[in-house]
Design a protein around this ligand. Sequence first.
Ligand SMILES: C[S@@+](CC[C@H](N)C(=O)[O-])C[C@H]1O[C@@H](n2cnc3c(N)ncnc32)[C@H](O)[C@@H]1O
Length: 336
Amino acid sequence: MRSREDEQVELLKDDALMVRLRAAIERRRPMVDSGDATALRLVHDAADGVSGIVVEKFERVLVVQHHEGRAAAELDRLKAAIESLMESIGVESVYLKRFVRDRSASGDADDAHRGATPWLGTPADEEFAIREGGMAFLIRPYDGFSTGLFLEHRDNRARIRSMAQGKVVLNLFAYTCGFSIAALSGGAEEVTSVDLSARYLEWGRRNFAANELDAEGHRFIRDDAMKFYERARRQERDYDLIVIDPPTFARIKKPKGVFVLADQIDDVLVGAVDRLRPGGTILFATNDRRLNRKVVEAAFHSATAQRKIQNIEWTALPGDFQGDPDYARSVLVKIR
Ligand SMILES: C[S@@+](CC[C@H](N)C(=O)[O-])C[C@H]1O[C@@H](n2cnc3c(N)ncnc32)[C@H](O)[C@@H]1O
């Protein structure tokens, strides 16, 4: 199978690059103007005719991704184009995230993205809040590749918020606790956030504070998700709502190992179903292109063999992520 990295990309001429970037930005203008969210994806890769280029706006800061090998423009051309658009988009700083083909040749790629000096414009604050449907999320524009928020989950966060009232919620692979904030904003009774990274959980605690949510009474657990299931089972803890947004691949330091979602999806779902109260709901999300709807539904059916699936609903991506049906998928599964 040909990977996306193998695709032959024709470089766009300057005019075409500008036309496509402008069109992508204009398409999102109503979303930007509505002010519902102050962080949006303005340019979405091949879906906007600019393969390998992604532009996200966080308040007055742009974060531009350039994926070497499949990018429709070389870096210097992209830089000139972005510079000429900065004023009309209303941004003061632009940070570049370079995804190089051969990471081994470029040292620690994450470390290369930690400088405060922007690619264009003036340095931004190290950490600042964006607003999304009345919630606040802290963004760090030069903290490696991470910015702190996955924008494709905006509508999923709103959905979790709308169904969280009075619920006991588990947020697995919680990262900076975006779904935990959404659940608590929607009146969840108790939220447990689980992630391998203490640093991301700490960022999550700051997100609680940014939303004036009291972290007291909620749990932040630094652990491997699969180990957490065992612990929760021993402690007889169960949940009304479980959010699972695992990475496609991750290295685990202690004990040394790897997490490969495509190999472990059955265990991930079996563990969640085991901890789900009758009538509870699981939100499962993935951007592993191999895990299409058929594969995910089959995994849910096999994980729920002893129970009954009441409803399966695939959620839609937000408006700024349209145009690439395989980009990421999320499903809400209600189980008796
Ligand atoms: C795709 S991000 C999750 C995004 C998050 N749900 C959100 O919406 O902001 C994946 C997260 O999983 C964590 N992680 C990776 N492997 C893990 C494991 N085996 N157990 C628990 N967390 C893990 C990473 O530290 C990272 O924060």
